[in-house]
Write a protein that binds this ligand. Structure first.
Ligand code: URA
Length: 235
């Protein structure tokens, strides 16, 4: 791909277009071993070697991150000054990252953050049925009738019943701790499903989204790049 040098450098996090133009003027950017004399020259992202401070700047058109979202942070790209999930991603280059789908402010767990719009569209579009698994702690115990009701579909105040969803109560000693698998994504869906059952979600964590599973080594608020294997499963 061919691209203007100032866009290349700005995309890879060296600064705004104005700031990177200044770096070019100061002769601090090298292309194939010679300093670049203009910010608007075209660079071939595959074959040209771009360097700043003797370090190669490799162009990455897409970034893919897994975040363990903490409570209290919104799933947006900008939020009137308050912190967003994208701000939590440390080490990112690109400025055009966004979360794939949303979790409520008080929900924690798996969030994919990328700038790959096509992938996001595929994961979110209803036609693709990407399963999402949530762990929920409830106000009081879930029971066998809840399992049947989740499978049958619930009236949560929308035009249609919810699609069949799977409810598991993995530990009989803690029947208020459940796993819910959804095959669709409606606003506040898990909370509204439990409300329809006369219960209340007091803690909600997303564990997986399609083939992508939250890395248990990630503490809340931490992120890491997807591995090649994880990415291969998604693409
Ligand atoms: N369901 C909810 O109720 N909230 C979320 O954040 C995700 C699913």
């Amino acid at each position: 791909m061919k691209l203007r040098l100032d866009k290349y450098l700005a995309d890879m996090g060296l600064g705004s277009r104005t700031e990177v133009k200044a770096l070019v003027k100061q002769r601090r950017i090298y292309i194939n071993g010679r300093y670049a004399n203009k910010a608007d020259i075209k660079v071939d992202t595959e074959t040209d070697v771009v360097e700043f401070n003797h370090e190669r700047i490799v162009y990455a058109p897409f970034e893919y991150w897994m975040l363990n979202k903490p409570a209290g942070v919104v799933s947006a790209t900008c939020d009137d000054g308050s912190e967003t999930v994208v701000d939590l991603v440390e080490g990112k280059y690109r400025k055009d990252l966004f979360p794939v789908g949303r979790l409520d402010k008080d929900t924690v767990g798996l969030l994919l953050i990328t700038n790959d719009g096509q992938l996001a569209h595929r994961l979110l579009s209803p036609g693709h049925h990407v399963d999402k698994v949530y762990f929920a702690r409830l106000d009081h115990a879930a029971c066998a009738e809840d399992v049947v009701a989740f499978e049958a579909g619930l009236n949560i105040g929308d035009d249609d019943l919810t699609l069949p969803a799977q409810l598991e109560i993995p530990d009989a000693e803690h029947p208020n701790e459940v796993l819910v698998t959804l095959h669709e994504g409606r606003y506040h869906q898990v909370k509204r499903m439990w409300e329809a059952r006369g219960n209340e979600v007091v803690y909600l964590k997303r564990l997986s989204m399609g083939p992508l599973t939250l890395d248990p080594a990630l503490a809340e608020g931490e992120s890491r790049r997807l591995t090649d294997e994880e990415l291969a499963c998604l693409l």
